[in-house]
Design a protein around this ligand. Sequence first.
Ligand code: SF4
Ligand code: SF4
Length: 359
Amino acid sequence: MENNENIYEIARKSCVICNSCRYCEGLCAVFPAMERKREFSLQDIDYLANLCHQCSECFYDCQYAPPHEFNLALPKQLAKVRAQSYTNHAFPSFLGKAFGANAIVTTIVLVIALFLGFFASGTITATEPSRAGDFFAYVPESYMIGTFSVVAILVLAALFMSCKNFANAIELKGVNAAAIIQSIKDALKMRYLGGHEGEGCTYPTELRSNVRRVFHHFTMYGFIFCFIATVLGAIYLHILNIPAPYDFTQLPKIFGVIGGIALCIGVAGLFALKLKADKNIVDENSVSMDYSLLAMLFIVSFGGLVLMCLKESAYLPCLLYFHLSTVFALFVMIPYSKFIHVFYRFIALVKYNMDEQEA
Ligand code: SF4
Ligand code: SF4
């Protein structure tokens, strides 16, 4: 088993070779960022690893890739560092280690614990027939809001600390608005997944394709729509005094349905691509982290759609407890799972765009 130091040292040696070779300098943001350095600290490797989006193009182009004795497999080596960086900068660190060691088991334990909490707090049958289909007939509103508030505060604090630790580690200082705006544009367009002139990247195989970018778009915008639906639901309930369930003419339902379907499509597509991905570029030790996040995103989005379709049925309480458990578990996972890559990559992009402005 490779330890933390070895993982970084192997990647550092590869970066030294790449910096002499420079054959791949036009492929992505990693190589221009690398070329600004003569030597690489471990913090530099953290930064480069989170700038890499594992398109694998540099692996297929490399004359030093295995079986060459240099054994240069940059996508895989940076993927190992990336996964390790999620654990190294997590707050509190024991939760980062728990997810890093076994993401699937930790996720299952979390869902079961939350399910039991909702089950114990709620009632399995609506006390008044007129309230069938009303979620708060099965879970007390105070329990749902109380649990969500506590979880939200803890998760946001953990997320803030994790991002701060990472930003400090890669020495991100003096951030300016122009770099942030450029990074938001790059992230929303998934610019680097487009490869050369928008022809796509070499993932999951050596053939260029935009399929990964398309599925990432479905996933990202699907998630954003679901998030907007949740916020709108809170506004409808607490400000407009319109309780759920909503119909197809109301905004929470419109955003929720579009977001849920888009998220299902995006996540299922990314799952299929990951199964097909070339094993030479995949870090086998972090796949459980990848699969657990994709599975949770799918379960949450698909579960939400099923709940909507079966809200008048006798299965509603159990479906509701399960859906709430998976939503809360996903939320808790954000700072410790692969989800954190959204934030770390954005922070790395901000640093890259700031360095570009100064160049
Ligand atoms: S990945 Fe290989 S070909 Fe590309 S810059 Fe590095 S050493 Fe050169
Ligand atoms: S895998 Fe892609 S993004 Fe990562 S360093 Fe290689 S070319 Fe760049």
